[in-house]
Design a protein around this ligand. Structure first.
Ligand code: FAD
Length: 319
């Protein structure tokens, strides 16, 4: 019998799931609140397991680029250690989302609307792929319904021109973090994080002004990138999910940031979302028990959630 699956959220997790579910077994609907995707610049590091899933779905973008070395520096630019060898493949987010869109079968019904009450959805299974503000999460575990604020804001941008090889890497310390990564087409992806009392919704210019003040003694490359950053910069307050012991309850399940939104320090959030979706689809396609999927994914992703917070604390605490 065909089962009806509604996926709330058509981001990285939701589209991966929609692409990987067997259309012969499931009638799939994706409900996405945003009518259009942001084209603002940010890139994602894709690690091996996520790349393998994307490759299998024919959704690994061609424009991927792989840095071969990067250094960890103190925030003022003094190099601490250099790592050589292939890092994660860098893909820009709009390109990844477009590739995933292309992998979703035409049999999947697409609806543009914000789901306000997932309990009212007419489906056998409701999957929350609705990010850190998830409305489905509370139906899986009422104690985990609310997202958790952190004291950090992040800025991200892409600019033309590749960075100098000795500038590539991360810059940690004094309550600040910055990153400089070469991406395809001779471009640079950069990011910064600092503590902030600014409350959303904020203007990008406010966050940029604050960051320029805080990074005034940081490495020249970080200052230059901030000084040249324009209104297309992404400014985001960082939120995480509370700890969760289950991702499945009754007809509800959560994947991706809805289940384990984490600080970005390990570069694993989107990768984990892709692996969640692919493994959930494989479990459903084979008719196996969802609790077996949950037993594998909860420890792996909750450990990453904790690990990324620990890494943020370490990075900012370096004198
Ligand atoms: C600064 C920063 C840097 C990062 N760098 C990396 C990196 O290098 N590598 C990496 O792997 N990860 C990285 N991440 C994490 C990554 O961005 C997230 O983990 C990933 O986007 C999660 O995907 P998702 O589909 O689960 O959630 P989201 O991307 O949040 O997508 C959720 C979707 O659901 C929709 N939605 C929400 N609520 C509703 C509703 N009620 N009804 C209908 N639709 C709804 C939203 O519009 C959205 O499209 C970074 C994150 C940040 C903040």
């Amino acid at each position: 019998m065909t089962r009806r699956v509604t996926i709330v959220g058509g981001g990285i997790a939701g589209l991966t799931l929609a692409a990987a579910l067997d259309p012969q077994r499931f009638e799939v609907t994706v409900r996405e609140a945003q009518p259009e995707r942001s084209v603002s610049g940010s890139a994602l590091g894709m690690w091996g397991a996520a790349r393998k899933v994307l490759q299998g779905l024919g959704a690994l973008p061609d424009v991927s680029f792989r840095p071969t070395a990067g250094s960890l520096h103190r925030i003022d630019g003094r190099r601490l250690v250099t790592a050589r060898g292939p890092g994660p493949v860098m893909v820009d987010r709009p390109t990844l989302l477009a590739a995933l869109e292309g992998a979703v079968p035409t049999s999947v019904t697409r609806v543009t609307d914000e789901v306000t009450d997932p309990s009212s959805l007419d489906a056998d299974l409701v999957i929350g792929a609705d990010g850190v503000r998830s409305r489905v999460r509370g139906l899986v575990d009422a104690r985990a319904a609310d997202r958790v604020a952190t004291p950090y804001v992040a800025l991200r941008g892409i600019r033309c021109g590749a960075p100098q090889p000795d500038e590539v890497g991360e810059y940690w310390g004094g309550g600040l973090l910055a990153g400089v990564v070469p991406i395809a087409d001779e471009r640079t992806y950069w990011f910064t994080t600092h503590r902030s009392a600014l409350v959303e919704p904020f203007e990008v210019s406010q966050v940029l002004d604050e960051a320029r003040e805080r990074f005034v003694t940081a490495a020249p490359v970080a200052r230059r990138l901030l000084d040249n950053a324009g209104p297309d910069t992404l400014a985001t307050a960082l939120w995480v999910t509370p700890p969760m012991r289950r991702y499945v309850h009754g007809r509800y399940a959560v994947i991706g940031d809805a289940a384990h939104a984490m600080l970005p320090n390990l570069g694993r959030g989107a990768c984990s979302a892709i692996v969640d979706a692919a493994t959930l689809a494989a479990t459903l396609n084979s008719g196996a028990d969802l609790r077996r999927w949950q037993a594998r994914r909860v420890p792996a992703t909750q450990a990453a959630r904790l690990g990324s917070s620990a890494m943020m604390r370490t990075a900012l605490a370096i004198p």
